[in-house]
Design a protein around this ligand. Structure first.
Ligand SMILES: Cc1cc2nc3c(=O)[nH]c(=O)nc-3n(C[C@H](O)[C@H](O)[C@H](O)COP(=O)(O)OP(=O)(O)OC[C@H]3O[C@@H](n4cnc5c(N)ncnc54)[C@H](O)[C@@H]3O)c2cc1C
Length: 330
């Protein structure tokens, strides 16, 4: 009756991590993804902590072989003199962050998911099947599984089908981004406060430099700011993030602005957590309700911890406009 143990919508960082971990735990996963080839996009800076996730997913060696630019910390130009904030070090040397172009990361994560045995179907779900077990209709087939994971990022396909409310938890934050061929492409990324938000510049080694500009409070009061104004990266979380048979992963569950630099790490961890809980349920070790409660608790704690750190950063913002916007309720 079922086509897989776990049906995953979306092959971004969250969906790929869920698929790989599910396969490692002996489950059959099936991914539906509309984009046949990974596309480039913003979000290439990763905290050194992602290394443990790459190792767990079995992709660390491939990532290391890619020779991507590494950095020792972040230069922060915020509420005083510029401060270099290193990640730290141990007997093995400095802890290093990563600059991995999105397209490259997705290519290797998707390849690893398929190599682990996950089936990947090109396409998009058209509608949700809720009777006789969960599933989705696509243009070519009905696909059913006892568990369904929404890894569609900010599109939140499943969350929308289920009518789950998404709550905004920050002032309106709009981001624009791009890349340039800046000559100084070595070194560490820099986060600099501006009058209305911040600028970010990240050297990508031989690949040039990535930049992001964030503006606070622009488009406030407008239901949907026009896309030409930038991407809306306001902090958001879904009111409910899982139930016995479905889970929201990554950005579909909760989003913070790029100053956190943890979006991909959080997305991958959410996929791993969800797969782990589902495996326990299918082995009869815990109930589906217990797995869902554990996942929801972990997600809330992680999100709220990071949100608190970001709120403290914005409270120190030199522009009163920005600091006041965060002090007020969204
Ligand atoms: C400007 C900017 C800069 C950022 N910088 C960083 C950074 O430096 N470091 C960092 O860690 N994070 C960064 N982020 C955040 C990061 O990009 C996200 O948190 C992360 O990509 C979330 O992963 P995800 O798998 O949840 O979703 P996504 O990466 O959005 O992946 C979703 C996947 O679902 C697919 N999909 C969409 N609709 C459907 C559908 N209906 N059915 C099936 N599949 C579907 C998409 O094609 C895609 O493959 C940045 C974000 C922005 C906007």
């Amino acid at each position: 009756m079922y086509d897989a143990d776990v049906l995953i919508l979306g092959a971004g960082p969250a969906g790929c991590a869920a698929a790989i971990r599910a396969q490692q735990l002996g489950l059959q996963s099936l991914i539906i993804e509309p984009s046949t080839a990974p596309k480039g996009g913003p979000g290439e800076t990763f905290h050194p902590g992602i290394e443990a996730i790459f190792r767990q997913l079995g992709i660390l060696e491939t990532v290391l072989a890619g020779g991507f630019h590494r950095h020792r910390g972040i230069l922060v130009e915020w509420d005083g003199d510029p401060v270099f904030s290193p990640f730290g070090s141990d007997a093995g040397g400095d802890w290093l962050g990563w600059q991995i172009p999105r397209e490259e990361l997705l290519k290797l994560a998707r390849a690893a998911a398929v190599q682990a045995g996950s089936r990947m179907i090109a396409g998009a779900p058209l509608s949700l099947i809720e009777r006789g077990g969960w599933g989705v209709r696509t243009a070519s087939a009905n696909i059913r599984a006892p568990f369904i994971l929404d890894a569609t990022g900010r599109r939140r396909w499943l969350a929308k089908q289920l009518g789950i409310r998404v709550l905004r938890r920050s002032p309106r934050l709009l981001a624009s981004f791009g890349w340039d061929d800046a000559a100084n492409v070595e070194g560490d990324p820099a986060l600099s406060a501006t009058d209305d938000g911040w600028n970010w510049r990240a050297p990508l080694g031989k690949l040039g430099t990535a930049w992001v500009r964030l503006r606070v409070g622009v488009g406030e009061g407008v239901a949907e700011p026009s896309s030409s104004a930038g991407i809306d990266v306001s902090w958001r979380n879904a009111e409910v993030t899982c139930d016995a048979a479905w889970y929201l992963l990554g950005d579909a569950a909760a989003e913070l602005d790029p100053a956190s630099s943890h979006g991909v790490l959080r997305a991958m961890m959410s996929g791993i957590h969800a797969a782990h809980g589902i495996a326990q349920v299918l082995r009869g070790e815990i109930s589906a309700a217990q797995a869902a409660a554990t996942y929801a608790g972990w997600l809330r704690q992680t999100f709220e911890g990071e949100e608190k750190e970001l709120r403290a950063l914005y409270a120190r913002h030199p522009s009163k406009l920005v600091a006041d916007a965060f002090a007020a309720k969204p």
